[in-house]
Design a binder for this molecule. Structure first.
Ligand code: FAD
Ligand code: DHB
Length: 392
């Protein structure tokens, strides 16, 4: 089979890229290891920057988002005895939207089905070949056990952190930048109305806690735990108790509502960037190229920004015969990637308990600064609510 762009991985990055290319008349084929149901049901990110919402709306996949997502003006930053609202809309004129990755994935899958764009699910042994020649191709075994080959003008790796695309770049041409953190998140989804109108990020001596949400009846909550934490040691009662302690510290008159926990998992925390994001005719986008710790809510938004740039670059190249944007893709994308990598690192190291009491005093001083200084709050708001897709 021949196409213009072979896309490995049909998570949000791959699905959106294929949709954006299709709108410009550029053909693509998606090759995904899992079933569509598996991809649809993965509980992950929940916050969309307004720039991401603009991209989705302009691409015609924002209809359900417009009616079902919740617009938030800002977030609460908290430490024992203090809870402060940082109002992004007042500070920088931008807001964020609460919309689960599961919902976005459903919308993008529906758009793919409606447009009849080809996808292979349950593909195994997916391998990109000859990406540094002008005849790149991808081979795999399809769901029925038949060998397949897709020839393309370009191959895009949207296959997440564990996919094969990044490994197709020779080690001598690649540089990896990495930081692992000495803690992890225990994340839960619970059938209970949120106890807050907007997200709470809480510093606490026992460790970080966060209160997020998915709807008027579903809450999403996180606790800082050890990286090797045994989830079986966390009964639902112990989880609610720790959340109530960390989120309720010194908050007279505020109570955490509790309910049935429907999902729980431990998420490792790392920062990871691989450079460059292009090798010959292979392009990397989203988690295939970079991972941020989740504290700044950037992972999904970065994936959306990457493929927005890449769709424009591949359209200019494959439809209009101009390669300049494709040549610039890696550098352009990495400017934003590094900004978000810094912000996610800053949020993570400022809000989680690590180091000694001296570190704790510095963290609290930094949080206080965001509340006291309009300049510091504005910088926080620009980074959280989202920088433009292309900036710098
Ligand atoms: P992915 O969503 O990882 O999609 C990659 C796709 O490639 C997958 O469908 C995968 O099955 C497929 N694939 C993998 N290997 C192969 C192969 N060999 N062949 C073919 N296909 C393959 N971000 C936040 O902002 N907030 C959060 O709370 C948050 N929580 C997260 C929790 C978890 C457990 C994880 C893993 C990530 C979380 N993230 C969060 C990050 C966010 O979900 C990701 O940044 C986002 O999913 C990136 O999208 P993507 O399409 O680049 O990668
Ligand atoms: C959510 C996850 C995040 O990492 C974050 O910073 C904010 C919200 C969420 O899952 O809702």
């Amino acid at each position: 089979m021949r196409t213009q762009v072979a896309i490995i991985g049909a998570g949000p990055a791959g699905l959106l890229l294929s949709h954006l290319l299709g709108l410009q008349g550029v053909d693509s084929v998606l090759i995904e290891r899992q079933t569509a149901d598996h991809v649809r049901s993965r509980v992950r990110a929940g916050v969309l920057e307004s720039g991401s919402v603009d991209v989705l709306t302009r691409a015609g996949v924002g209809r359900r988002l417009a009616t079902e997502a919740d617009e938030h003006r800002g977030v609460y930053l908290q430490w024992p005895g203090e809870r402060h609202h940082v109002d992004f809309t007042a500070l920088v004129g931008r807001s964020v939207w609460i919309y689960g990755q599961t919902e976005l994935t459903k919308d993008l899958m529906a758009a793919r089905e409606e447009a009849g764009r080809p996808a292979f699910y349950l593909a195994s042994d997916v391998t990109p070949h000859d990406v540094d020649t002008d005849r790149p191709h991808v081979t795999f075994t399809d769901a029925d056990g038949r060998p397949q080959r897709v020839d393309a003008d370009a191959v895009v790796g949207c296959d997440g952190f564990h996919g094969p695309s990044r490994r197709a770049v020779p080690a001598a041409r690649q540089r990896v930048w990495e930081r692992t953190y000495p803690f992890a998140w225990l994340g839960v989804l619970a059938d209970v109305a949120p106890s807050t109108d907007e997200l709470i990020y809480a510093w606490h001596p026992d460790g970080f806690a966060m209160h997020s949400m998915r709807s008027a009846t579903v809450s999403r909550l996180y606790l800082q735990v050890r990286p090797d934490e045994d989830i079986d040691e966390w009964s639902d009662d112990r989880i609610w108790e720790a959340l109530a302690t960390r989120l309720g510290a010194g908050m007279e008159g505020w109570d955490l509502r509790t309910g049935a926990i429907t999902e729980k998992s431990v998420l490792p925390m790392r920062s990871f960037v691989t450079t460059p994001m292009r090798h010959g005719r292979l392009f990397l986008a989203g988690d295939a190229a970079h991972i941020v710790p989740p504290t700044g809510a950037k992972g999904l938004n970065l994936a959306i920004a990457d493929v927005t740039l890449l769709a424009e670059a591949l359209t200019a190249w494959l439809r209009d015969g101009r390669e300049d944007l494709a040549d610039a893709y890696s550098d352009t994308a990495l400017r934003r990637v590094w900004r978000c990598t810094h912000f996610s690192w800053w949020m993570t190291t400022t809000l989680h308990r690590h180091g000694d009491d001296f570190d704790a005093r510095l963290q609290l001083s930094q949080l206080q600064r965001v509340i006291d200084s309009e300049a510091a709050a504005t910088e926080f708001a620009h980074n959280y609510a989202g920088l433009p897709i292309s900036f710098g």
